[in-house]
Design a protein around this ligand. Structure first.
Ligand code: G4P
Length: 531
């Protein structure tokens, strides 16, 4: 039996990520949520960090230069007796892998959409990752203070482009210069824009007399006919479907002006699930299980250049974490004492003495951990479901400019590969080939090697776009399958893979070499059997 304290703590927790196309308003919304939660006192703090001249970590220079968020951290605050954690997800188009992995650690996602633009490319991609994992998705239509698309059209777009049924929880009253507020359908009340006033409606809802003379007549007429329509033809609200990730509740507002955030936050915290069970190789782990377990979904090196340290981000899946406790790393069987643990607020850290299932904490890493690693209190041997791996589609050959510095170069390459920042392969001549999902990963790699490992690198294009691992226990003799259109390389675990210039070359290779089984990805935990 789990003790009551643990059960209470789990029920309080909400952990989510915010996904959006760049510029839809993710940073602004994050900031407003933190303000509402009292985690920051002034507007501008998160934005300032995003644009700061004095970013805490050197390599965040890249973010500064490009005006994007490359790193992710977790921000925690208490609101209405809930412990809320927002996982920051890099939203840039070019930077894929890290964002995808962060989404494995959340229990729900908030999708921010610029209501003037509708659904954009990056939103669609991130949405699919959430959908794949059955993560409940909440939609926030932002920037209603500007001229927006017709709300019915936006709802239709959600269904058409994303293929996801939606249900409006709040509804906008006009937009841009005509924006007058939002109607909360579940609470049956209207929040008036710029008036800090809430009007409770009677049993006839917006069709009743309460809004007469308060809203512009054209807006009221519109609201009435739109609500009539969605009540007749729209989806009904169904909490179960929401929590299963089959129905997205939709909210309208403006993050910049901080309007529509309160009804959104209140409903979101009511509707979003607390931490639930997680799949492992030996069945499910429940958050209320007293035995401690968790997995590492992100490793970040040199967050503080003065300390040259690495932080592993651990999602606790069951039990209670106590600072100083000993855990077992399932992959190696090694026992590790967790004496340095931190909670991260943007880039500030605070020591954590105790944390519960659902929490994400940063633990100090002296080089023990890999992405996807499972930690337990040693009472059971289990692996959490492997994190999704994404076959890289971009490749470059890389070498140190100064061959005298090749030691620094190799150290940097190894560490960045271990961190999961980039994929690293070597061919028979020991050439280093980098593989990435997004182009920005190369830039970050180059920058970090120079600034953290003092190694300037030369990067050359190679003519490959497709990678496939070979499913085999016997790597000997694979060389003979290599031909003019393919290259045999080995990843950092020594697992063989072939690179091809295109799908056509891959198909030809498969036709000619039926005895070889090629796969898009290999199980992360299986890596140990190859080492
Ligand atoms: P992101 O993290 O998704 O990339 O977006 P971010 O919050 O940085 O917002 C992108 C731009 O959109 C910012 O303007 C921001 O002020 C603006 N914005 C966000 N929410 C709203 C909203 O509700 N209404 C309006 N009108 N604008 C909004 P910027 O000019 O790029 O930056 P800044 O100079 O305002 O900092």
């Amino acid at each position: 039996m789990a003790n009551q304290e643990l059960l209470n703590e789990i029920a309080k927790r909400r952990i989510f990520g915010i996904i959006s196309h760049p510029d839809a308003g993710k940073t602004t919304l994050t900031e407003k949520l933190l303000l509402h939660g009292g985690a920051i006192r002034e507007a501008g703090t998160v934005k300032a960090q995003k644009n700061s001249k004095y970013a805490k970590s050197d390599w965040m220079e890249i973010e500064k230069q490009r005006g994007i968020s490359v790193t992710s951290s977790v921000m925690q605050f208490e609101y209405d007796e809930k412990m809320v954690s927002i996982m920051d997800t890099p939203g840039h188009n070019d930077f894929g892998e890290d964002t995808y992995r962060v989404l494995t650690s959340v229990d729900s996602a908030v999708m921010v959409i610029d209501a003037a633009k509708g659904i954009e490319a990056q939103t669609k991609k991130l949405f699919q990752v959430c959908r794949l994992r059955g993560i409940p998705i909440f939609t926030f239509m932002n920037k209603l203070d500007r001229q927006a698309k017709d709300p019915l059209e936006l709802m239709q777009e959600l269904e058409d482009v994303l293929g996801m049924p939606s249900v409006a929880v709040t509804w906008p009253i006009g937009s841009g210069m005509q924006f007058e507020g939002v109607y909360d359908r579940l609470e049956n009340e209207v929040h008036l824009f710029r008036k800090d006033e809430v009007i409770k409606l009677g049993e006839d809802g917006v069709q009743g007399p309460e809004l007469e003379g308060i809203l512009e007549q054209a807006n009221l007429d519109n609201l009435r006919s739109e609500i009539d329509l969605i009540e007749g033809a729209g989806n009904d609200f169904d909490l179960e479907l929401v929590q299963e990730g089959e129905l997205t509740p939709v909210f309208f507002g403006t993050a910049l002006v901080d309007f529509g955030i309160t009804p959104f936050l209140n409903h979101f915290l009511d509707m979003s699930p607390a931490p639930g069970p997680r799949k492992t190789t030996t069945g499910e782990v429940n958050p209320s299980d007293e035995t401690f377990s968790g997995f590492i979904f992100k490793i970040q090196a040199n967050m503080n250049p003065a300390h040259r340290d690495r932080i592993a981000f651990l999602r606790i899946c069951s039990g209670t974490f106590e600072r100083g406790m000993s855990v077992t790393l399932t992959r190696t069987g090694k026992q590790i004492k967790l004496s340095q643990s931190t909670q991260l607020m943007a880039n500030d850290r605070e020591t954590v003495d105790r944390a519960y299932a659902g929490d994400v904490i940063g633990i100090y890493d002296s080089g023990n951990y890999q992405i996807g690693d499972t930690l337990t209190d040693g009472k059971q041997k289990l692996f959490f479901e492997p994190l999704p791996t994404f076959p890289p589609e971009l490749f470059l050959r890389v070498a140190p400019v100064n061959s005298m510095k090749s030691k620094h170069f190799h150290k940097g390459v190894d560490q960045l590969a271990q961190e999961g920042a980039i994929q690293v392969y070597k061919n028979e001549f020991n050439d280093v080939i980098l593989g990435a999902v997004g182009r920005l990963q190369f830039e970050v790699f180059e920058y970090r090697l120079k600034h953290e490992y003092n190694s300037d690198v030369r990067m050359e294009p190679v003519n490959y776009t497709v990678a496939r691992w070979v499913k085999t226990d016997n790597v000997k003799g694979l060389q003979r399958f290599q031909d003019s259109r393919s290259m045999l390389v080995f990843d950092r675990y020594g697992r063989p893979l072939f690179l091809f210039p295109n799908q056509f070359a891959l198909d030809r290779f498969k036709e000619r070499n039926e005895e070889i089984e090629l796969v898009e990805a290999l199980d992360v935990n299986r890596e140990i059997s190859v080492e």
